[in-house]
Design a protein around this ligand. Structure first.
Ligand code: ATP
Ligand code: IP8
Length: 243
């Protein structure tokens, strides 16, 4: 089994509310389809999640407008999820959406159910979502779900697709001379996008390291070049690996 995160930065334009990158998503799905293995997918929020979640402070103290905010962000995330599944279907990859806001514990996906869909030849697609727990609202990140799924299923390979070539010593978007790390050294610096409500690349690296501790190689690569998945584990690979 393989576990794949479609980062919100690669399947949407993060600065433009609800802007889905259908062609990029199609090119990624086209490559994933050729992997001869079971695959569980997770996707992030991008501009379908972070902009409104930040506007409504869903990750902080509950505001009076929270019920509206929860409803809007969830609707938008469902829309993104269904758009991805429509692309998957058209590429011959039957996906099934699994919204965490309906899980008994949003941080603990229903593993048995996921397994049933995988056994039926389907591709579960869960995603960063809103939740209410013990009276408090919050956001579960796709990266949190990647960790829970990796710990349970122990996939043979875990990949995070983003809009950059890998993890750099500094944010490559603001530092054109930033250096790509094939392996991290521990002195990387991270910058957070203004609207990001779930911690960005710095938090992602922490999650990648925790998954790697279970013995699975974890890759971060650029989803705009999905053919790079075929070089994972070789010298030619362009991206970052955590062993
Ligand atoms: P989402 O959280 O919406 O699913 P994602 O998983 O694609 O999105 P982001 O949280 O957007 O990931 O993180 C990717 C962004 O992290 C890049 O666009 C990049 O600008 C930024 N970034 C900041 N610091 C670094 C760094 N040191 N190396 C690589 N990228 C960095
Ligand atoms: O982009 C966040 O998930 P992430 C989802 O994987 C929302 O961190 C709703 C903002």
């Amino acid at each position: 089994m393989q576990l794949v995160k479609l980062g919100g930065s690669v399947i949407t334009v993060k600065s433009r509310y609800r802007y889905f990158l259908q062609q990029t998503t199609r090119r990624i799905v086209h490559e994933l389809k050729r992997i001869d293995d079971e695959i569980i997918l997770v996707h992030g929020g991008g501009s379908f999640g972070h902009i409104k979640a930040s506007e409504f402070s869903l990750n902080g103290s509950p505001a009076s407008s929270v019920p509206d905010g929860i409803s809007i962000v969830h609707r938008d995330m469902m829309e993104l999820n269904q758009r991805i599944i429509t692309v998957m279907l058209s590429e011959g990859m039957p996906g099934i959406g699994m919204p965490p806001s309906t899980f008994a514990d949003p941080f603990m996906p229903p593993f048995g159910l996921i397994e049933s869909y995988v056994e039926a030849g389907m591709f579960p697609v869960t995603f960063g979502d809103v939740y209410i727990r013990n009276g408090n609202s919050g956001i579960v990140s796709g990266d949190d779900l990647m960790l829970a799924l990796a710990l349970h299923f122990k996939p043979s390979r875990v990949m995070f697709l983003s809009d950059v070539d890998g993890i750099y010593d500094r944010n490559p978007k603001t530092h054109p001379d930033a250096e790509l790390r094939k392996e991290v050294r521990g002195n990387e610096a991270f910058e957070l996008n203004r609207d990001d409500v779930t911690g960005g690349m710095g938090k992602k690296l922490g999650i990648m390291k925790r998954i790697a501790e279970t013995g699975t190689d974890v890759y971060l690569l650029n989803g705009r070049h999905p053919d790079r998945i075929w070089n994972m584990g070789t010298k030619e690979f362009v991206g970052t690996v955590i062993h």
